[in-house]
Design a protein around this ligand. Structure first.
Ligand code: NAP
Ligand code: MG
Length: 405
């Protein structure tokens, strides 16, 4: 078979630890034999970030802006322990944070569903994608521990000299105080990314906040979404038979649990943080959760939702063959390749990516899987737990069959 050609390069961001090992295995076994892989390679592994004073991360993000599609391996976000382990000159920022700031995007997380591993919520038949606004609110709040009696005020001093002042609370004892903010520009980007992704994936979009209680803050989110929907997206949604649906966050939670899935649920920053962990756990496993960052102007960065799986990596370094689940990393690759193919009108590449996904799902549904899934397995055939290498070889066998069919 002749290798599939790629006209536009895909931005490739390598990473750390166990996922870096899996990254190479996926390329060697499942991609390079079939595709003339055209990538712009950026090594975001921690040693290279240290070497370049993190410039490599900025370069990779800028390349994504230029070329439109990227695939990223999990990377270490350094803490004090990592600073010592890797002898870092600085505690480099989270690469995902840096990339997000440059692309101004929204993160969409969706589970990979397979027969034999059923969601805890029995009614869920299709994936639920959580769209989390990854900017502001409690994550950028200013907090104060009130030591005792006194007056707390909200003060805003406008650049034009006008100001606003209102009492928050007259404390008669000690307490706590917090100031949160968000920006219209960021909320607009969030809204556009959500509407765009709903159109791309042909799914309904739900959005929820607590606007009945938060009459200025949350209500602004609701109004901006509605305004952008009416002006820019309503027509396309109606043409495709898709729905934009706003509801209160507590109502949304109840409806999500009773739903069959198959939609995107857009959440404010904190709600998205909490709900994405709940939804991913209910779907089975973090190792089966994919993630894509979508910018409001349609740039895409695909990755796994999990980290570098450090504990498995240390076992790997001791000579073990760990049973680390490569599904989310593999689907990051197939998602990116399919998107690249779609944008370039390269049907062969899209077709290959879809077949590779099917091969991986069929492998699990046929009873061959990594340890994390074997524990959740409810399928008819007994599960065989294998290490990552054997799993990928089994996927390759299935892939060859699908390619020949
Ligand atoms: P993690 O790498 O996601 O792993 C946490 C645990 O979840 C693992 O120890 C493992 O449990 C299980 N797990 C996760 N992915 C798995 C997979 N593919 N197959 C099987 N089991 C899997 O999270 P972490 O240990 O908190 O973080 C490790 C490093 O990753 C940190 O340095 C962090 O900064 C980084 N991180 C990066 C990203 C990113 O780049 N997007 C995201 C999160 C964390 P068992 O050990 O019980 O098998
Ligand atoms: Mg969280």
């Amino acid at each position: 078979m002749e290798k599939i050609k790629m006209s536009t390069p895909l931005v490739e961001m390598d990473g750390d630890e166990m996922t870096r090992i899996i990254w190479q295995q996926i390329k060697d076994e499942l991609l390079l034999p079939y595709i003339d892989l055209n990538t712009l390679y950026f090594d975001l592994g921690l040693p290279q970030r240290e070497q370049t004073a993190d410039q490599i991360t900025v370069d990779a993000a800028n390349a994504t802006r230029e070329y439109g599609v990227a695939v990223k391996c999990a990377t270490i976000t350094p803490n004090q322990q990592r600073v010592e382990e890797y002898k870092l000159t600085e505690m480099w920022k989270s690469p995902n944070g840096t990339i997000r700031a440059i692309l101004d995007g929204t993160v969409f997380r969706a589970p990979i569903m397979v027969k034999g591993i059923s969601p805890v919520v029995k009614t869920w038949k299709r994936p639920i994608t959580i769209a989390r606004h990854a900017y502001g609110d409690v994550y950028r709040a200013t907090e104060y521990r009130v030591p005792g009696p006194g007056v707390a005020e909200l003060v805003f001093t406008g650049a034009d000299g006008r100001d606003f002042r209102q009492t928050v609370y007259e404390f008669e004892c000690a307490g706590v105080l917090q100031g949160q903010y968000n920006k219209d520009s960021s909320i607009c980007s969030f809204a556009r990314s959500c509407f765009q992704y709903a159109l791309d994936t042909r799914q309904d979009l739900w959005f929820s906040t607590k606007d009945t209680i938060s009459k200025k803050y949350d209500h602004t989110f609701k109004d901006i979404f509605q305004d952008i929907y009416d002006k820019e997206y309503r027509q396309q949604f109606e043409q495709l038979g898709l729905t934009y649906f706003y509801t209160l966050i507590d109502d949304a939670v109840a409806r999500v649990i009773r739903s069959q899935g198959g939609f995107i649920w857009a959440c404010k920053n904190y709600d998205g943080d909490v709900m994405s962990d709940m939804v991913s756990t209910a779907f089975g496993s973090l190792a089966m959760m994919t993630s894509v960052l979508v910018s409001p102007d349609g740039k895409y960065e695909y990755e796994a939702a999990h980290g570098t799986v450090t504990r498995h990596y240390y076992r790997y370094l001791e000579g073990e063959n760990p049973s680390t689940n490569p599904m989310a990393t593999l689907f990051a690759w197939t998602g990116a390749l399919a998107k690249r193919g779609e944008l370039d009108g390269n049907g062969e590449l899209v077709d290959f990516a879809r077949k590779l996904e099917r091969a991986a799902i069929q492998t699990i549904e046929g009873g061959i899987m990594t340890k994390d899934l074997a524990g959740l397995w409810e399928g008819e055939t007994p599960a065989t737990a294998v290490d990552t290498g054997v799993f990928l070889q089994s996927v390759k066998l299935r892939l060859e069959q699908l390619l020949q069919a």
